[in-house]
Design a protein around this ligand. Structure first.
Ligand SMILES: NC(=O)c1ccc[n+]([C@@H]2O[C@H](COP(=O)([O-])OP(=O)(O)OC[C@H]3O[C@@H](n4cnc5c(N)ncnc54)[C@H](O)[C@@H]3O)[C@@H](O)[C@H]2O)c1
Ligand SMILES: [Zn+2]
Length: 378
């Protein structure tokens, strides 16, 4: 997707408020804007055509939007425990049992109202219950709006690792109500911002410029600016996914910063103090260093990236103490998963990432040591 360098935020948001995902045989709309939640329940009720509806949320998102949507759609409601531990096989089973209890049938709609945890768990259940029932995603965190609710990847964790069991499950629609972000805890908001920053750097220089020009409004969660930022970030993901639904090529760029980031999360034992976004921020910094070392990323691009991380109070090195051996071990497991080689996503310019870079071990070793060397705080 190529968008013009950006006009006024509201005009831009209006232009982007409806994005169409068209990939892997699935087509659905991603709607972005404040106040959408008021219309979701009715929309679902009409679409369900008399079939039963189940709203799945957690103890936090029930008050944010879940109850409202359930009331408006006449749905049963299921409230989960918030947190990553809910994204488990046991909870998947429990959710399928609840779906049976609620009398869901093939035409039924299940509505996921929450962050990536609720979306991924509910999406997985929607993919396998009755070999697939209808799914609507109502993301309520910044990360879920710009990332996890789009693209159809759903999954749950196993003790052996994150997202090891899952499916591709396209929703019927995604409603990203940016008004819900007002009450999101600051930590979660910043975590989502890391993915927003990433999206600009890999595919939309105008978004990067917007984040620089409108920093204060973004951090103050100004409604119009937030709507524009979310819509534009969604557009990056929709564009990439439309061109590469099943992750054979370009979709890899979405993993920018995630090589080191995922290894850091794993090596820290998924420490409570480390959000995914913080890990990705540190991972982008490391990828910038790797890219500079191998001559792919120009120094001024690294500088833009570091400035953005700083501007948004995100870490530029690992914010938790992790042993280098543990981190390299986690990278090694990643390597196994990728059939022998870690392939890096690197920036060639602001707004342009390329994938599949093989990097000499000593360059990785140096960048990792650097990435673990400082512990600036959030
Ligand atoms: N499927 C994908 O493509 C994909 C992509 C990226 C991440 N993910 C997954 O997403 C998950 C992380 O998602 P997340 O960052 O949204 O975390 P989350 O779902 O754990 O939500 C974070 C916290 O915010 C609370 N919350 C949610 N919305 C709120 C609101 N509007 N106001 C106040 N509190 C609110 C939640 O209850 C929770 O406590 C991870 O499991 C990750 O693997 C999936
Ligand atoms: Zn991510």
């Amino acid at each position: 997707v190529r968008w013009p360098r950006w006009p006024a935020p509201t005009a831009l948001a209006a232009a982007l408020a409806e994005l169409r995902v068209n990939s892997g045989g699935a087509a659905y709309e991603v709607r972005v804007g404040p106040g959408l939640v008021q219309a979701v329940g009715r929309w679902v009720r009409e679409r369900a055509g008399g079939a039963r509806v189940l709203v799945v949320c957690d103890h936090n998102t029930v008050m944010v939007a879940g109850q409202r949507i359930a009331d408006d759609s006449g749905a049963a409601i299921l409230e989960l425990e918030p947190g990553e531990r809910t994204k488990s096989f046991e909870e998947l089973r429990a959710l399928c049992l609840a779906m049976a209890d609620a009398g869901l049938e093939r035409r039924s709609i299940v509505v996921a109202v929450g962050g990536g945890v609720v979306g991924d768990l509910t999406g997985t259940a929607a993919a396998i219950y009755l070999r697939g029932i209808r799914l609507v995603q109502v993301p309520t965190t910044l990360l879920a709006m710009v990332d996890s609710s789009i693209g159809g990847k759903v999954g749950v964790n196993l003790p052996a690792g994150k997202n090891l069991v899952g499916a591709f499950k396209a929703p019927e629609a995604v409603f990203a109500d940016t008004g819900l972000l007002a009450g999101l805890p600051e930590r979660e908001f910043r975590s989502g911002l890391a993915e927003v920053i990433k999206s600009g750097l890999i595919a939309d220089a105008g978004l990067t410029a917007m984040l620089t020009d409108r920093r204060e409004e973004v951090l103050a969660r100004d409604a119009a600016v937030l709507e524009a930022v979310v819509a534009r970030t969604c557009a990056v993901k929709v564009g990439v996914v439309n061109r590469d639904a099943t992750e054979v090529g370009e979709r890899a760029i979405l993993n920018y910063g995630h090589t080191f980031g995922h290894a850091l999360e794993a090596a820290s034992g998924y420490a409570a103090g480390l959000t995914h976004g913080m890990a990705v921020a540190a991972g982008m910094a490391v990828a910038g260093r790797v890219g500079a070392s191998v001559g792919v990323t120009p120094p001024e691009v690294v500088e833009v990236q570091q400035r953005q991380l700083e501007d948004y109070g995100l870490p530029q090195r690992a914010p938790v103490a992790v042993a280098a051996m543990d981190l390299l071990g986690a990278l090694g497991r990643d390597k196994k998963a990728a059939a022998g080689r870690v392939r890096w996503v690197l920036l060639e310019a602001v707004g342009h990432a390329t994938w599949g870079h093989e990097v000499p071990d000593e360059v990785v070793g140096e960048a990792v040591a650097w990435g673990l060397g400082g512990n600036p705080v959030i």
